[in-house]
Design a protein around this ligand. Structure first.
Ligand SMILES: Cc1cc2nc3c(=O)[nH]c(=O)nc-3n(C[C@H](O)[C@H](O)[C@H](O)COP(=O)(O)OP(=O)(O)OC[C@H]3O[C@@H](n4cnc5c(N)ncnc54)[C@H](O)[C@@H]3O)c2cc1C
Length: 458
């Protein structure tokens, strides 16, 4: 569906103020693509609701008229998650961006879905609190909930699912429901909150969330560790994870990526297989002891360099460089696009995944950067190429397919954090078997007309 009927135009326009519904070509094109290569179908229009009630009325109208609805946050997904596949209406939630309440004593915040995570952290920071999940991009809370996003600090703090206590959701027919509660724990019935977290907008629109917050750690300690071989670095991660050190981040980086970071960010990092580590604690003395043990363990695994206790501004610079790794790679290869492999495996299988990924990149004569949130078994390979060069792009697809299939085969998952979207649909049966059918049945009960973010997950 690429154009609305005159009746649809009148009805939808009447539900919001005139500046919040558009069928203009540029607005439609702006909501056609996330950061991936996945192609969508031009939506017929974009709507920007402000309240749960507006969302409910829009959904009720679209249900009756069988208009597909695709929710949109910041559009930073990597698997085509918010890309409309059947045209229809894109519901852009970015104007629902109010932080409704911060309750420091409860360690909670109530937010609308369009709040950006950095803004939330700026406001909660005034109370000494933060919302830990940290995808590199400045994503919306709604997009993070829908994708169950995580990031470099997941090993210590967990993913978005661990921070969502209560949701207001508008179902496809326009019904408003509340899931969960504000108590720190509950055993009350099915955990519907977790059902909506990670559902990628296929079951309804999140219009409000109560989030759990954490105290900002008093002391941070960052360390960079170098090795001669990538496999030694991965072994060090496995050992550190089992040592009781409780790292807050353990990131693996290959020399080729360090080289790009040095060039672009003017850093002076050794261009060797490396780990970026971070530890959080209550005193500098305690963190020094943690660093001493981490150094010992890394040296046992063959570390050739261990630099810890970098100054605060250097620590921030290091993590900024890591968070911007994708942008750095993108800028280093102008005119190309990236295919970002995202899979996760048990830590013991991580070394073979790294070796396999590197071999595949070499064997296919491809450009590829192998790195990841190694502490939680999450592997990324950023493959670079031109989607219009079908031969080259199909080689990248083969690499992606081989790595992701292997991850599922060894007991892992086809997506550690980016979600299924369009790109990972083909692995869902392999990963979930009969329970994928149960997911399909749940989808059919909640959205019998298949109008919510169609073409995703299934
Ligand atoms: C440079 C870069 C680095 C990244 N690093 C990471 C990382 O380390 N970890 C990680 O997890 N991800 C990462 N990502 C991916 C991305 O940022 C996350 O998946 C993020 O959660 C997407 O949020 P968004 O606001 O952009 O949502 P969008 O991309 O707009 O949408 C995501 C999904 O949510 C749905 N949706 C949006 N709002 C709602 C709502 N209110 N109700 C229901 N459904 C909704 C959409 O339909 C879509 O399915 C990275 C992306 C980039 C560009």
């Amino acid at each position: 569906m690429q154009e609305f009927t005159p009746e649809d135009l009148n009805a939808l326009a009447a539900l919001v103020s005139p500046d919040r519904f558009s069928t203009g070509q540029s607005n439609r094109e702006l909501h056609l693509k996330d950061i991936s290569h996945h192609q969508g179908t031009l939506p017929a229009g974009i709507i920007w609701p402000l309240t749960t009630e507006e969302v409910a009325k829009i959904m009720a109208y679209c249900h009756v008229q069988s208009i597909p609805v695709t929710p949109w946050g910041a559009g930073t997904s990597t698997e085509g998650n918010p890309v409309p596949t059947r045209g229809g209406l894109v519901m852009d939630l970015t104007q629902m961006n109010r932080i409704i309440d911060i309750r420091p004593r409860d360690l909670q915040a109530d937010v609308q879905p369009g709040v950006l995570r950095k803004e939330l952290n700026r406001m909660t920071g005034r109370h000494g609190l933060f919302f830990p999940p940290d995808p590199g991009a400045d994503a919306t809370i709604g997009g993070m909930i829908a994708n169950n996003a995580s990031g470099v600090r997941t090993i210590k703090y967990g993913a978005t699912k661990d921070y969502v206590m209560r949701l207001t959701v508008v179902l496809p027919q326009g019904q408003i429901i509340h899931t969960g509660c504000k108590a720190p724990k509950s055993s009350s019935g099915y955990d519907l909150t977790r059902l909506f977290v990670g559902s990628e907008g296929t079951l309804g629109i999140v219009t409000e969330a109560t989030l759990r917050l954490a105290g900002i750690p008093v002391h941070h300690l960052a360390a960079t560790v170098t090795f001669n071989h990538l496999e030694d670095a991965v072994e060090a991660v496995a050992i550190m994870m089992g040592s009781g050190l409780e790292p807050a981040a353990l990131e693996l980086l290959p020399p080729v990526l360090i080289q790009l970071m040095n060039q672009e960010k003017n850093l002076d990092l050794a261009e060797l297989p490396s780990l970026f580590c971070e530890f959080h604690g209550i005193s500098a003395g305690m963190l020094q002891e943690v660093a001493n043990l981490a150094r010992e363990l890394c040296e046992d695994c063959g570390a050739t360099g261990f630099k810890s206790g970098v100054a605060e501004d250097q620590r921030k610079e290091l993590w900024r460089a890591r968070h911007e790794a994708w942008e750095t790679i993108h800028r280093a290869h102008p005119g190309n696009e990236t295919l970002i492999v995202d899979a996760a495996v048990p830590i013991s299988r991580y070394p073979e995944m790294v070796v396999l990924s590197q071999k595949l990149v070499e064997d296919h004569n491809a450009i590829g950067y192998v790195f990841g949130h190694t502490g939680d078994g999450n592997l990324h390979v950023v493959l670079v190429g031109d989607p219009h060069n079908t031969k080259q792009w199909s080689r990248l697809e083969t690499i992606n397919h081989t790595i992701v299939s292997k991850a599922v085969d060894v007991g892992g998952t086809c997506t550690g954090e980016h979600g299924v979207g369009i790109g990972k649909r083909k692995f869902m049966q392999q990963e979930h078997g009969a329970s994928f059918e149960l997911m399909r049945q749940i989808k059919n009960i909640i959205d019998p007309k298949g109008l919510m973010n169609p073409g995703k997950i299934f």
